[in-house]
Design a binder for this molecule. Structure first.
Ligand code: 13P
Length: 254
């Protein structure tokens, strides 16, 4: 049985005071203990949020990292720096990094390897654009991203990753994939994990859904057999809404 994971991606939002207040509200919220909770603030507030989270059990993640351990890479942040401030997870290959910053599968693969080597957990994002979907290319696009981003990894390494399926057309648009549409792609990903690695890997790896997850659609999405949690953008910026999503995941814990 995979333990649900609800992750909040705060993206480039909030200031220091708001980030600390939101994390403090989440620490104090009445929320399920059967669900793993992760929040991913902007790099610059990781340290402050880390202090607020303390030993609350809420995990801390970054929204990106560079693959080199250190040196002349102006503006970048290393895995060592993330560990130093208490991060355990790193979102990689988010669609905004793929499509706005032009990240490729081969760059994302280097980052996945660096994150695993540092003992952190990658949350690898994959997902098709509306154009891909309308052309009937969803399965092929997701497969290419999966294979490229996870190239050269052992089953043991893949078992330590989290995958997030985020259809680009559903991100920040209010258009959620239907539970059936999401389940179809999650099942494809589960099959890829089985075929490329082994059954242990496909049974263990958590696959999150992301794209306009809200308190009112979370439960239906997470009742699907291959949806193990959510990667939440906009609705993670309010403690009440995010807590409702955490508690919706709990309803589906067998
Ligand atoms: P929204 O929940 O705002 O659609 O964002 C989803 C997302 O990109 C999470 O990483």
């Amino acid at each position: 049985m995979r333990r649900p994971l609800i992750a909040g991606n705060w993206k480039m939002n909030l200031n220091r005071a708001d980030a600390v207040a939101l994390s403090s509200d989440l620490v104090n919220a009445d929320k399920s203990s059967e669900v793993d909770v992760l929040i991913c603030p902007s790099h610059i507030y990781l340290d402050a949020v880390s202090s607020t989270l303390g030993d609350s059990g809420i995990s801390l993640g970054a929204q990106d990292v560079y693959f080199e351990a250190g040196g002349a890479f102006t503006g970048e942040i290393s895995t060592g720096m993330l560990s130093d401030v208490g991060c355990q997870f790193v979102i990689l290959g988010h669609s905004e990094r793929r499509h706005v910053m032009g990240e490729t599968d081969s760059l994302i693969n280097k980052k996945v390897k660096a994150v695993l080597e540092a003992g952190l957990t990658p949350v690898l994002c994959v997902g098709e654009t509306l154009e891909d979907r309308e052309a009937g290319n969803t399965e092929a696009v997701v497969k290419t991203q999966f294979e490229g981003s996870l190239a050269d990894l052992s089953p043991e390494q893949v078992q330590k990753t989290v995958i997030a399926y985020e259809p680009v057309w559903a991100i920040g648009t209010g258009k959620t994939a239907s539970p059936e549409q999401a389940q179809e792609v999650h099942a494809d990903l589960r099959k890829l994990l089985n075929d490329r690695y082994n059954s242990e890997t496909s049974e263990q790896v958590r696959i999150l859904y992301g794209g306009s997850v809200k308190p009112d659609n979370a439960s239906n999405l997470m009742s699907q057999p291959d949806i193990d949690g959510a990667l939440v953008g906009g609705a993670s910026l309010k403690a009440d809404g995010f807590t409702a999503i955490i508690n919706a995941a709990n309803q589906n814990v067998a």
